[in-house]
Design a protein around this ligand. Structure first.
Ligand code: SF4
Length: 350
């Protein structure tokens, strides 16, 4: 594992302020056969200066959760319930105008596909200028040019792209333009939605490092969405693991990689290829449930190698199994003295 892995979460986040607090967020998509429960009651906190990774397989609800936080869900999707607290206000209780004022200034997005988010008919400088002037009003030409060139410098872009159009830039440069746009108004929180997944591995690493450098320089908090566990290990402080619209584990990077608690997290970690060790690809057996009709009890029961009778009946509560490591799984039981035991240990050491 890389040197870049952070200190334990306990050391890093003790006494930090919560900047974003997501409570019971549910986003459903309407279909002719019933609602798809894309995000089904997630809770998490993001701390000051923290980078939180949101990981899970395709379709697990990571991007939908991000769009829900940003209030960018469009029909047939809808936010069913939840609270998203940022800077003392619940975003889900705000008018469109109140939200507009907070986008870019408090909460910014680095989108999944830079090409689709940049306007192909506008010069790069004009697109960044629009973001700034929409919130701050018209600026003098020289002032705004200087500010945009500063932003380019921060994300490692040359000044010559100022008058260029998106099609004249490489994929990595376009993604950096999106980063420049996201930091233009000095937000509190940036959500990076699979921002490097469309790039080749070398450019991916460079862009990811740019994000991290800019984030450190500005002291902003970040949610980084992705499925590349190796990249996540080097980029984030804590990881929230999502499965079928639920967060099944939240832990510091070290805790998650060395002592994953939830069986799904264990399988995800085992699927990370090793450079030094040849090992067969780990396959998760079982089938996924119908997302319109999840089973009662644990959401992972149809694929879990440790499934028990209780898992089919009772939804597991999220419990802290170690400091700063929370897991939703019946394998972990709280004892009368408050300690946590893993029932597999009892089975092997009765
Ligand atoms: Fe597996 Fe049961 Fe834990 Fe769910 S609650 S992950 S089915 S052991």
């Amino acid at each position: 594992m890389s040197e870049a892995i952070r200190k334990s979460t306990a050391e890093t986040y003790e006494n930090k302020e919560v900047v974003l607090d997501v409570k019971d967020l549910r986003v459903y998509y309407e279909t002719p056969k019933g609602d798809v429960l894309a995000v089904d009651g997630i809770h998490f906190k993001l701390y000051e200066g923290e980078t939180l990774g949101l990981v899970g397989e395709s379709g697990c609800g990571k991007s939908t959760a991000a769009m829900g936080i940003l209030q960018l869900i469009t029909p047939p999707g809808r936010i069913v319930t939840g609270e998203v607290w940022l800077d003392g206000s619940n975003l889900l209780a705000m008018s469109e105008e109140e939200l507009r004022q907070r986008r870019w200034t408090k909460l910014a997005l680095i989108p999944q596909g830079a090409m689709n988010s940049l306007n192909p008919t506008m010069r790069i400088s004009q697109q960044i200028r629009d973001v700034i002037e929409t919130h701050e009003g018209k600026k003098r030409g020289d002032d705004i040019k200087q500010r945009i060139l500063e932003l380019f410098k921060m994300v490692g872009l040359p000044g010559r792209i100022y008058d260029m159009y998106p099609h004249e830039l490489s994929g990595g440069m376009k993604q950096r333009v999106c980063i420049a746009m996201a930091i233009a108004l000095d937000p509190m929180v940036i959500i990076a939605d699979e921002s490097t997944s469309a790039l080749d591995v070398v450019v991916q690493r460079v862009v990811a490092q740019t994000m991290l450098r800019v984030k450190e320089a500005l002291g902003v908090s970040m949610i980084m969405i992705g499925h590349d566990m190796g990249l996540m290990a080097q980029m984030v402080d804590r990881i929230a693991v999502m499965y079928a619209g639920h967060i099944v584990e939240i832990a510091g990077v070290e805790e998650l990689f060395y002592k994953p608690g939830h069986p799904y997290s264990q399988l995800l970690i085992e699927s990370v290829p090793s450079l030094t060790e040849r090992k067969p690809l780990k396959i998760t057996e079982g089938i996924t449930h119908d997302p319109r009709n999840p089973p009662p009890g644990c959401i992972f029961q149809l694929r879990c190698p440790f499934v028990m009778d209780e898992c089919r009946r009772v939804k597991p509560p999220i419990v802290e199994i170690r400091p700063h490591q929370q897991v939703a799984c019946h394998l972990f039981k709280q004892q009368e003295d408050g300690s946590i035991i893993d029932v597999r240990d009892i089975a092997t050491n009765p």
